[in-house]
Design a protein around this ligand. Structure first.
Ligand code: ZN
Length: 213
């Protein structure tokens, strides 16, 4: 079993290295956080948000769950989005998926996992709605990776469908939503969606800002 003392040793080395570069780093940061970005990513241990985009503590507000889902009834995720947009005034929300995602893979299978089945149902729905896109693709890995991409696009749309984001836009707040995907095989990110920064990109059915009345 791993000795947890090594984690505390790592922590001290990390804090000391930062303080060696900037002695005031932690005391300044302790006063206030002003991140420009909200990251909604997968809980997968291979996709550590700050590290892969080279951002320091204080620069990235982070929410992670299985398969980077933004579910309409998830008060946890929506509290994070609201706090980030309304109070921290982040300028960007990034939904970042990753290839080979276990949660997405489970949505293509038929094994019963437990509580997570309810969560993964949302991704199963993405697959069902987009099943025609999978015609002619027999390779299992390709199918998983295609669903990883489609899932990111759906979750980006879900972010745009929230009153929180639409209210920010209608009040003139600068806010852009992005869909990215990360490849655990080479450590690289790729853009999946255009930048979305206004209600015009949201389908009429999902507009709740009064703009179509
Ligand atoms: Zn994942």
């Amino acid at each position: 079993m791993t000795d947890l003392n090594s984690l505390f040793q790592n922590n001290r080395s990390w804090a000391n290295a930062i303080k060696a570069e900037d002695p005031d780093f932690f005391t300044t940061l302790a006063k206030q956080q002003r991140p420009e970005f909200l990251w909604i990513g997968c809980a997968d241990s291979r996709v550590p948000a700050n590290e892969i985009v080279g951002l320091m503590p204080g620069e990235l507000f982070v929410h992670r769950n299985i398969a980077n889902c933004v579910v309409h009834t998830d008060i946890n995720c929506h509290s994070v989005i609201e706090y980030a947009v309304k109070f921290l005034k982040v300028k960007h929300i990034i939904v970042c998926g990753h290839y080979g995602c276990g949660g997405v893979q489970a949505a293509l299978g038929h094994e019963q996992l437990g509580v997570a089945d309810h969560w993964i149902r949302h991704i199963r729905d993405v697959y069902y709605n987009k099943r025609k896109d999978f015609k002619g693709i027999d390779d299992d890995k390709q199918r998983v990776n295609l669903l990883c991409e489609l899932n990111v696009k759906q979750q980006v749309a879900n972010v745009c469908h929230t009153p929180i984001v639409q209210n920010a836009w209608s009040s003139g707040q600068e806010l852009a939503i992005h869909g990215w995907i990360y490849d655990v095989k080479d450590g690289l990110l790729k853009k999946l969606t255009q930048t979305i920064n206004s209600i015009e990109s949201v389908r009429e059915q999902y507009r709740v800002d009064g703009s179509t009345e």
